[in-house]
Design a protein around this ligand. Structure first.
Ligand SMILES: *[C@@H]1O[C@H](CO)[C@@H](O)[C@H](O)[C@H]1NC(C)=O
Ligand SMILES: *[C@@H]1O[C@H](CO)[C@@H](O)[C@H](O)[C@H]1NC(C)=O
Ligand SMILES: *[C@@H]1O[C@H](CO)[C@@H](O)[C@H](O)[C@H]1NC(C)=O
Ligand SMILES: *[C@@H]1O[C@H](CO)[C@@H](O)[C@H](O)[C@H]1NC(C)=O
Length: 582
């Protein structure tokens, strides 16, 4: 905090001295203001001695951090319990009002299942049927598309796929489709010479932008929704599919438009299986994903034992739905699973499952949005294979599935380490989306829980090298002391500083990360911007910054430190506390 607040403070100090400094400070603050745009809020700092004025201001002051870091929670957390009860009530009410026969839902935080909810009856047409549970099987429909995507990433990690951006042709001999929109425009150049007009046409070679593996798994390939004149129950094979595609046409220039395609995922799955899994897509998924993660109740084939564990799926008309077999489109939507199994998968994406499936960096790539869709698409952004919507400032990453008799959502908010999964034995309830509604309750509760949790800060092995007085260009001054638990505390001091800035915002804690590196931590919530008369200081940009102390000198003291994130270098040690004359 001190680093830029110092410059803010400087405004006051220097104002009386030199104009040039004021200008410098002004520009610093400006740059700070532009980098620090996050959002959240909370109640107010007690800056104002007059209570009635304080109340008025409490509406206006934005409190920070806006996006609190997830921290280990000490359960039970009352505010979280409250939010989960609201989720429970909302879902219970939805299932009654919509006539949905069965629903199983689960909320995961990091490595913990926070809540499970099971509603209705496993067999809606049998009055004596039991309530479903976490092990009740539902069809997950398009949530199945997560699996060919994992296959793609895994084969990429293993080097069986060279690049995620490889064109599909590299992995299947006879793939061809008309791609009229993906061609670069023929260049047409007119030039004149000696009074004659020359027309140069088609000078660039035709190299259409390709259908790549990643685009196929991200609804960006331009491939149509389905193969020409097929239904999702089509029983052909991949050669038949390629033959059909030869005289088909891409509906968009690859990589430019979000367009939902079951064809893309099925073709990707079959091509990858033929390329590196002996054509056995389902076996590859079972051996490399399901068995490995212990997803025992997840698979493709609805055998009698599976049926007996299944919630019976119904149409909106209350008629039981047939268990269609998707044939060649199986990779796009055939699978069944349970809330418990999908929770394991969610923990894989949150990086907390005890078995590793993908490298942490691969997971990071997989959870990164790829493309902003136009407003007519049903999601704000597309990912691989996700649909991504923004809610309360967070990216909600999800995959929905809807099929005769069943609907499902698998969703994550990576930044909050939160996941919500819901499986239903019927069509999605009408009205406001239950997933969005659930997150409405959970996001604010989690934020509050994070803000209120005690932070555990690490002290350095020895405080001696760091303790003492420092200055930045003789303009601002700091003292580093040992605080409770050996954690270092840094306080700004100097002329005017003490009068102008409340002590709690002049003091920060230094959380020891490694070696000589510390992180700036505000213990409690703080105003994002501190307004002091005509100046303002962004505390937000300072929170979480790293201080990199210099190697120790002969006396075992660090001579100073840098704060690269604040573009501040050479904060140097001074041997004794400076005396200020005014
Ligand atoms: C998340 O879970 C992992 C693994 O159990 C644990 O090491 C980490 O501290 C947890 N993080 C939070 C924020 O709870
Ligand atoms: C569900 O209950 C109905 C009525 O008892 C019964 O006819 C049907 O076979 C049951 N379905 C399953 C899959 O158990
Ligand atoms: C995101 O999508 C929702 C509907 O899914 C829409 O209401 C909202 O305006 C979109 N937001 C942006 C930023 O595009
Ligand atoms: C601060 O001022 C003192 C005395 O004028 C000078 O010796 C010292 O080099 C200055 N330090 C910095 C960091 O500018």
């Amino acid at each position: 905090m001190q680093e830029s607040s110092s410059r803010g403070l400087l405004k006051f100090i220097v104002m009386e001295v030199k104009w040039i400094h004021v200008l410098a400070i002004f520009f610093f603050l400006l740059s700070v203001a532009m980098t620090g745009c996050f959002l959240w809020q909370y109640s107010l700092p007690k800056l104002d001695p007059n209570p009635s004025v304080m109340e008025v201001r409490s509406e206006a002051v934005q409190m920070c951090p806006r996006y609190p870091e997830p921290v280990p929670l000490d359960h039970p957390v009352p505010i979280l319990k409250d939010a989960l009860e609201k989720v429970d009530m909302m879902l219970r009410q939805k299932i009654h009002s919509s006539g949905l026969p069965a629903m199983s839902a689960i909320v995961i935080y990091n490595d913990t299942v926070l809540w499970t909810g099971n509603f209705g009856k496993k067999n809606g047409s049998d009055p004596s049927s039991v309530v479903p549970n976490e092990y009740t099987i539902y069809r997950i429909a398009s949530v199945s598309k997560i699996f060919p995507t994992i296959m793609l990433y895994k084969m990429w990690e293993e080097g069986k796929v060279t690049s995620l951006d490889d064109p599909l042709e590299r992995y299947v001999q006879n793939f061809a489709i008309k791609n009229p929109l993906g061609r670069f425009k023929e260049s047409e150049q007119r030039y004149t010479a000696d009074g004659l007009i020359f027309l140069e046409k088609g000078s660039t070679p035709h190299k259409p932008s390709p259908v790549t593996l990643r685009r196929m798994a991200s609804q960006l390939s331009g491939l149509p929704r389905k193969l020409r004149s097929t239904t999702l129950l089509w029983k052909g094979n991949t050669q038949d599919a390629l033959a059909l595609l030869k005289d088909d046409v891409l509906v968009a220039d690859p990589g430019t438009r979000c367009h939902y395609s079951n064809l893309a995922f099925s073709l990707l799955a079959h091509v990858l299986a033929d390329h590196a899994a002996e054509g056995q897509y389902q076996r590859w998924i079972s051996e490399n994903i399901l068995d490995r993660l212990g997803m025992e109740d997840t698979g493709f084939d609805i055998t009698p034992p599976i049926r007996s564990q299944m919630a019976v799926g119904f149409y909106g008309s209350q008629q039981p739905a047939p268990l269609y077999d998707l044939g060649w489109y199986r990779p796009s939507g055939q699978m069944y699973s349970t809330a418990a199994d999908l929770a394991k998968l969610a923990m894989v994406f949150l990086g907390t499952y005890h078995r590793r499936l993908l490298e942490p960096d691969t997971v990071k790539t997989m959870l990164t949005p790829l493309f902003k869709c136009s407003t007519e698409y049903f999601a704000n952004k597309t990912g691989t294979p996700w649909e991504i919507n923004e809610q309360l400032g967070y990216d909600v990453i999800r995959k929905d599935g809807d099929l005769d008799g069943y609907s499902a959502t698998f969703s994550l908010i990576p930044k909050l380490r939160l996941s919500f999964i819901v499986l239903m034995a019927g069509p999605r309830p009408q009205g406001e989306d239950i997933v969005t509604r659930t997150y409405e309750y959970l996001i604010t509760a989690m934020e509050t829980a994070f803000r209120e949790a005690e932070k555990t800060l690490s002290p350095p092995p020895s405080p001696v090298p760091y303790v003492g007085y420092y200055t930045y260009s003789n303009l601002t001054f700091y003292e580093i002391k040992v605080g409770p638990g050996g954690v270092l505390v840094m306080q700004q001091f100097g002329p005017h500083v003490e009068e102008l800035i409340p002590e709690k915002y002049r003091t920060i804690k230094l959380h020891h990360l490694e070696d000589r590196v510390f992180q700036v931590v505000f213990d409690k919530e703080f105003p994002c911007v501190l307004h002091l008369g005509s100046a303002s200081i962004s505390l937000e940009t300072q929170n979480g910054q790293l201080f990199n102390f210099y190697p120790f000198d002969r006396k075992g003291l660090s001579p100073g430190f840098d704060a690269p994130g604040l573009n501040t270098y050479n904060v140097l040690r001074v041997l004794r506390k400076p005396v200020f004359y005014s």
